[in-house]
Design a protein around this ligand. Structure first.
Ligand SMILES: NC(=O)c1ccc[n+]([C@@H]2O[C@H](COP(=O)([O-])OP(=O)(O)OC[C@H]3O[C@@H](n4cnc5c(N)ncnc54)[C@H](O)[C@@H]3O)[C@@H](O)[C@H]2O)c1
Ligand SMILES: O=C(O)C(=O)C[C@]1(C(=O)O)C=C[C@@H](O)C=C1
Length: 360
């Protein structure tokens, strides 16, 4: 792909622009908020100068309710040979695209299954989509060249393409993305008025389960309003399970031993079903779930420590699959957990020990 325009230079648009720019595509950046486009350009995501002619691909990375109009305007302008969007819901934008009379041969819906709880260009990363699934939802008359342009985008971003029907996509993400978002928000909302001395005990468990509760409510209302019925159906099933868990817990407090046993069995059943569901989540590149092992390193809370640690892992030839950082309350130190393939643990620990890092 030689040239592209990204419309909407927030988290997703700028991340795609950074990945394309790194691979040699000339990317033109546009946003209703000029500061967002200028910020993306200053990060090296491309240029705010308009393209001189038609570009190969326009990537529309604006909130779902805006996709149709942005596509209609871009096509009227003759901006690109092919168009895609990245919205988290597909049926709503598809309907808008049809109602606005857009050219559906040069358009294909898409949705990268990667993101973050922060929005805006400053949260963007060139490797955001690396190894992640990227759903493509062609229209019945989408041209093969348009499908190929979208496949090239996905490949240049290091993602794995999956072609799906828009409605099937929306049902799937209701389960794996939209309901989890609401549940994370509900768990985090319990902390709103909780006493400080309880909140300060927060450890990795609640951090893991509520990270996405920090997401932008405006964007999520837009996403959820385009998939409300399906998400409500799943939440009703969750509510039934919650009812079962509450009854189980109440029974666990009963005077009668048999009742306590029944309660414990009901709660154990929820926990066991959670184990089974969790084990089904695929690893990177859609591979079967992979178990990584953590190498925990205590680092000083000072600029450059993390970069030095990552460079050390790179020198040892070890791929870091994931990373979590726990900041100790009231201390100028943090515990960094580097998730690596089990076979890489001895190499990494030996290399870090040799260089004087404090391992836990
Ligand atoms: N946040 C995620 O984790 C995630 C993941 C995958 C897909 N998505 C989808 O990607 C899209 C963008 O989300 P984001 O997280 O990057 O949001 P964001 O808020 O970071 O960026 C959206 C940008 O679009 C701009 N914008 C809004 N309306 C516009 C218009 N009419 N013309 C030009 N620019 C306009 C905004 O100014 C903003 O800079 C959404 O459709 C979202 O559903 C988000
Ligand atoms: O990991 C995150 O922070 C996300 O927000 C990612 C996530 C998801 O649910 O997996 C959220 C919404 C998107 O449409 C796609 C990805």
């Amino acid at each position: 792909m030689r040239t592209a325009v990204v419309i909407g230079t927030g988290l997703i648009g700028t991340s795609a622009a950074l990945a394309l720019t790194e691979r040699g595509t000339t990317v033109h950046l546009r946003d209703a908020d000029h500061d967002a486009a200028r910020t993306a350009a200053s990060l090296g995501a491309g240029t705010v100068e308009p393209p001189e002619g038609m570009v190969d691909l326009a990537i529309i990375a604006v909130p779902p309710a805006r996709v149709g109009q942005v596509l209609a305007d871009a096509q009227r302008e003759g901006l690109a040979r092919h168009y895609t969007d990245v919205a988290s819901v597909k049926a709503g934008p598809r309907q808008d695209v049809l109602e606005l009379g857009c050219d559906t041969r040069s358009y294909i819906g898409s949705h990268p299954m990667a993101g973050a709880e922060r929005n805006g260009p400053l949260a963007a990363r060139a490797d955001l989509f690396d190894g992640r699934t990227w759903v493509l939802t062609p229209m019945p008359d989408t041209d093969t060249e348009t499908l190929n342009a979208a496949l090239e985008l996905v490949a240049l971003c290091g993602a794995v393409p999956v072609v799906m029907d828009a409605a099937a996509h929306d049902r799937a993400v209701a389960l794996v993305s939209h309901t989890p978002q609401l549940l994370a928000s509900l768990v985090a909302a319990r902390l709103e008025h909780a006493p400080d001395n309880a909140v300060r005990l927060a450890g990795p468990g609640i951090r893991d389960t509520t990270r996405i509760a920090a997401s932008d409510p405006r964007l999520w209302v837009d996403i959820l309003s385009a998939n409300a019925g399906v998400v409500a159906d799943i939440l009703e099933e969750v509510a039934a399970d919650l009812g079962g868990a509450v009854s189980g817990l109440r029974a666990m407090e009963a005077a009668d031993a048999a009742k306590r046993g029944e309660g414990a069995a009901a709660v154990a059943d929820v926990l066991r079903r959670g184990n089974v569901g969790r084990a089904r989540i695929p690893g990177k590149h859609g591979a079967p779930p992979t178990r990584y092992e953590d190498v925990a390193v205590l680092i000083g809370d000072q600029p450059g420590e993390l970069a030095r640690l990552f460079a050390e892992a790179g020198r040892a030839g070890v791929n870091i699959e994931d990373v979590t950082i726990e900041h100790s309350t009231g201390q100028q130190a943090g515990l960094v957990k580097l998730a690596v393939a089990p076979g890489a643990v001895p190499t990494l620990t030996a290399a870090l020990r040799e260089r004087g890092w404090s391992l836990r």
